[in-house]
Ligand binder design. Structure first.
Ligand SMILES: C[S@@+](CC[C@H](N)C(=O)[O-])C[C@H]1O[C@@H](n2cnc3c(N)ncnc32)[C@H](O)[C@@H]1O
Length: 292
């Protein structure tokens, strides 16, 4: 395990269970966002997201879930994701230990055909849990969204003693329509399951305050830490793959280079093509000016 720290942000390169047990103090964290491998066969830089059985996967998950709970402050919150088929097990495990306040559906559209002989999956579930349902952070005012009835249709509620225009904003419900990260988006990083900053922005704004500590035990591209930083929270991000850990070092501004390698965002194919075209143009111009 290796830790890189700067200005309240820690990038931990290592195994989640080991880092949670040995690096993060108990009762230290205000908010956990955990987006583990789902046991569905993704390829994380060569590391196969596949356990020998469902039982083996769940046994592993229960270990780090218990540790996350141990690391949370008494008034802390935990958001956790997994594949739709595993979520019922997470749900029954967690409801004995925490209070589940919301079962969120992160819904997105697909640009292509998902399935031809069944209904393709276009959502991922997220559980929102708290340690103490009598006292927890929920900054409703910071995450309001448009309420269409009031904002767009400008309807009036005539059932009230004095007819009143419907509210134009509301707290989001538990179905979140947020597009997945696409290749051409600025935030895109080379990772198979990068989560959108918009998703983490809502979670971090709602369930933490400036100065709070946000923990992500499976950081991937370090979306959680990057959003925490942009919102003036502190962060601890753990990631086992060195390639992804380097993304964290760069995204958080902890290091510009690593082992002699300049850390930079991978150029998109079209950016490379643009650069090649620019070079070609420069060459033509040079040749033209020399009359060759
Ligand atoms: C679903 S991805 C997380 C994506 C992340 N939320 C993002 O926005 O980029 C899960 C990550 O867990 C990492 N991982 C797998 N096993 C791990 C372990 N034992 N300890 C820490 N990280 C692990 C994988 O390399 C992968 O990057």
């Amino acid at each position: 395990m290796k830790v890189f720290e700067k200005n309240g942000h820690a990038v931990v390169w290592g195994d989640a269970i080991e880092a949670l047990a040995n690096y993060v103090p108990d009762g230290f964290v205000d908010l956990v966002f955990a987006d583990p491998p789902y046991n569905i066969g993704k390829n994380f830089n060569g590391r196969k997201d596949r356990w020998p059985s469902d039982e083996a996967y769940l046994t592993w998950c229960y270990q780090w879930l218990d540790l996350c709970i141990q690391k949370l402050k008494p008034h802390g919150s935990l958001y956790v994701m997994t594949a739709t088929q595993n979520m019922p097990y997470f749900d029954t495990f967690l409801r004995d230990r925490l209070v589940i306040l919301s079962r969120i559906v992160w819904a997105y559209d697909s640009s292509g055909v998902q399935a031809r002989k069944y209904f393709g999956s276009l959502y991922e579930p997220i559980l929102f849990c708290v340690k103490d349902k009598g006292k927890y952070t929920f900054n409703a005012e910071d995450i309001m969204v448009e309420a269409r009835t009031g904002a767009t249709r400008k309807l009036i509620d005539y059932r009230k003693p004095t007819p009143t225009v419907y509210n134009s904003t509301k707290v989001p419900g538990n179905v979140w329509n947020i597009p997945r990260v696409r290749y051409r988006m600025d935030e895109y990083e080379k990772h198979p399951t990068q989560k959108p900053t918009t998703l983490l922005d809502r979670i971090i704004r709602a369930s933490s305050n400036p100065g709070d500590v946000v923990l992500d035990p499976f950081s991937g591209t370090f979306t959680t830490s990057a959003v925490a930083q942009s919102l003036d929270r502190a962060s601890v991000g753990i990631e086992i793959e060195e390639e992804y850990m380097k993304i964290g070092l760069r995204r958080l501004g902890i290091k510009d280079s690593y082992n002699g390698e300049l850390l930079r965002r991978e150029p998109r194919t079209y950016e490379r093509q643009d650069a090649a075209a620019q070079q070609q143009l420069a060459l033509f111009e040079k040749r033209g000016s020399y009359g060759t």
